[in-house]
Design a protein around this ligand. Structure first.
Ligand code: HEC
Length: 149
């Protein structure tokens, strides 16, 4: 009960903060926009690392589908997170000056990771191992659009 009350209390504070932010228009400043897309990219990184552990045999494959689904979902979030034109972080200005190509790469990534998630449901870790190199197009995009620091 005490824990539940604490949780609800914490939630109320968070909700009040969120409401304040929403009613003030939730104007994200440039740093927020950059932090946000970097959080999503880190999600992709962590989930990819978890899949690496599974396909290498270090960890049982019980959650393989959930990990691939997490990547497919984060891919969609990543695409939206670059809609705001804020040059900075590790993103090259070409993300926005070549927006059509960047977006095509993002869409391709979304489509491929969705297919991977679908195939993982029937094929499990074996099919993930076979298809992940083609589906995880991280490097192909980073080589062109990311300034790795
Ligand atoms: C279509 C382009 C694109 C794809 C696909 C893509 N990324 Fe990125 N990624 C970027 C860009 C652009 C940045 C720089 C963002 C910034 O710093 O503002 C970035 C940054 C990152 C970062 C650094 C985040 C930070 O904290 O600074 C990591 C880690 C990362 N990506 C991992 C991944 C992984 C893993 C995948 C594939 C599973 C992936 N990315 C797929 C474009 C892409």
């Amino acid at each position: 009960m005490i824990r539940a009350a604490k949780f609800i209390g914490g939630f109320a504070v968070a909700a009040t903060l969120a409401l304040t932010a929403l009613s003030s228009g939730a104007m994200a400043d440039d740093k927020d926009v950059i932090d946000y897309r970097e959080h999503i990219m880190k999600t992709l990184d962590e989930q990819t690392a978890a899949i690496g552990q599974i396909v290498s045999g270090a960890i049982p494959d019980a959650q393989i589908v959930a990990h691939v689904e997490a990547i497919a979902l984060a891919a969609k979030q990543a695409q939206k997170s670059f809609e705001a034109k804020v040059v900075g972080g590790e993103a090259k200005p070409e993300v926005w000056s070549n927006a059509a190509d960047f977006n095509a790469k993002m869409t391709d990534f979304v489509v491929r990771t969705e297919k991977l998630a679908k195939d993982a449901k029937t094929g499990g870790a074996t099919v993930v191992m076979e298809e992940m190199v083609d589906a995880l197009t991280c490097k192909g995009c980073h080589d062109v659009y990311r300034n790795k620091k």
